[in-house]
Design a protein around this ligand. Structure first.
Ligand SMILES: [Zn+2]
Length: 319
């Protein structure tokens, strides 16, 4: 049997059906633009592709209370246009699309565990890292990374799951899920919470009880750029991973730290995402048998989002 492609992408045209209305930054064009940009590249024909599936209720409930599932479903069916906050815009299809977004991670893990993919990047929306057990937050409804982590742990017995998050914002939902557990590790590099949404992610938030040490927050001051990001990746991030020894790695891949993206005060260049891709691929090969799942999170500046994702993909392919 020939080796699977170096990288498999999971996306689906149904992700475009989550309509966030006018003047909302998390819009369907983000994904269209990312995909049309990738299509123009020489490496595109070497990639694998796969559709998503709806996440089974059991796996959504491994990360969320059933009460939130009912509340979300009822909100879309009753024609509401947002849940809990106007940030969280919804339409009639949003519940279904969110289950497809969370299901991408499950499909990805199946492909990797069954030897049909080497690493997977899920190009999904809505994003997930702000969503908490019982509520949506910051454009996020189901926490795609936490759902995937639970599946890897409970369905395939990969106990020690690392989520590394380079979105400009702190993934409060992932931290809340992991902070009392010894077998789950969350590492996040983000703009300092004193200046940035959602206001969590201070360095001294390290976990509770047996989960002490399972959270590593590495906030950057506004104005920080490539050099600071890469120094953290090659320093404390790698040290923690080497010491912790994960069984598999999930990357919350957000691109809103780009200097052109007004969602943060970070000043990353497009090119740094290639280096980030190289480093996470190398870390996954060195420490967890190459089991690497990347999930799209934020990134809202349409003039640079396509090239930023392209750079990250180039990095993932560089092994
Ligand atoms: Zn973000």
């Amino acid at each position: 049997m020939p080796l699977p492609p170096k990288l498999t992408l999971i996306s689906d045209s149904r992700f475009l059906h989550h309509d966030t209305g006018i003047d909302h930054p998390e819009l369907p064009a983000r994904l269209q633009l990312i995909l049309s940009n990738l299509e123009q590249n020489d490496f595109f024909s070497s990639l694998g592709f796969h559709d998503t599936r709806p996440a089974e209720r059991k796996w959504l409930m491994a990360a969320h209370d059933e009460g939130w599932l009912f509340r979300f479903e009822e909100a879309v069916l009753s024609g509401k246009t947002s849940v809990d906050h106007t940030d969280n815009q919804i339409c009639y299809e949003s519940y279904e699309v969110a289950t497809l977004s969370a299901g991408a991670g499950l499909t990805a893990i199946d492909l990797m565990e069954q030897g049909q993919a080497r690493q997977v990047f899920c190009l999904v929306r809505p994003p997930g890292h702000h969503a908490e057990r019982n509520r949506p937050f910051g454009f996020c409804f189901f926490n795609n990374c936490v759902v995937a982590a639970r599946y890897w742990q409970q369905h395939y017995g990969r106990q020690r799951i690392l989520v590394f998050d380079f979105d400009a914002h702190h993934g409060n939902g992932i931290q809340a899920a992991f902070e009392r557990e010894a077998d789950s590790l969350y590492i996040s590099i983000h703009e300092h919470p004193s200046f940035s949404y959602p206001g969590t992610g201070y360095k001294d938030e390290t976990g509770f009880g047996e989960g002490r040490g399972s959270i590593l927050n590495l906030p950057l001051s506004p104005g920080a750029g490539d050099e600071q990001l890469l120094a953290l990746l090659r320093g404390p991030v790698e040290e923690k991973i080497a010491q912790w020894q994960p069984d598999a790695m999930i990357v919350a891949a957000g691109f809103d730290g780009h200097r052109a993206d007004e969602m943060s005060g970070l000043l990353y260049s497009t090119g740094v995402y290639e280096k980030v891709g190289q480093v996470v691929r190398a870390l996954s090969n060195r420490y967890c048998g190459g089991r690497l799942l990347s999930m799209l999170e934020g990134g809202y500046e349409l003039t640079v989002l396509g090239e930023s994702v392209e750079a990250y993909v180039r990095g993932l392919l560089a092994e």
